[in-house]
Ligand binder design. Sequence first.
Ligand code: GRF
Length: 216
Amino acid sequence: MDARIAVLASGAGSNLQALLDDPVVGPCVVLVVSDNPAAFALERARGRGVRAVVLEPAHYADRREHDVALEHLLEEEGVEYVLLAGYMRVLGPSVVRAFDGRVLNVHPALLPAFPGAHAVRDALEWGVAVTGVTVHLVDEEVDHGPIVLQEAVAVREDDDESSLHARVQEAEHRLYPHAARLLIEGRVRVEGRRARVLSGEPVSAAAATPGRGSAP
Ligand code: GRF
């Protein structure tokens, strides 16, 4: 039986689109959840006939109640894997524990550099020559869990936030479906704070060579 995947997204949903377009991952996406009723990601899901649900934080008494609603929804759909794709809320600890080792996030920088919501801007302001994309397992700390794949993106002299983000997103759209496939194929093994891809290729090799992390 195919894996059952939920994607959580708050915005444009270009990463959701890349996941939906992947021939292995796409058919497994059974649910898209957003905290933002205006998220274009919802349209993308509906366009593919995927159930799209809004859980607006303002409709819940507190963070815990919102987490409980999300957990119920994931349970109702028999979800096995959760992919965060530009989801602007921190996943509650009970959800992280319930899906331990089965939640991925895509982050627009080479973690542990530049965590947080403005990673592309922060990298540019810091003056780094290389930034990139990280796909990592989610733990209870923000932008922190074991790294599954990374891909480097060179910063150009004339880059602004938008040109750099566009190239970072191109890398995201390659890397995230690849990492999702590895996860649902059971090829990601966590050893302490490291994630290993079961082909035997060390995670750090993907980080060291631009493009290598996205090889099929
Ligand atoms: C991506 O750059 C992702 O790395 C970050 O949020 C952005 C979401 O973009 N976490 P989109 O909604 O997938 O287009």
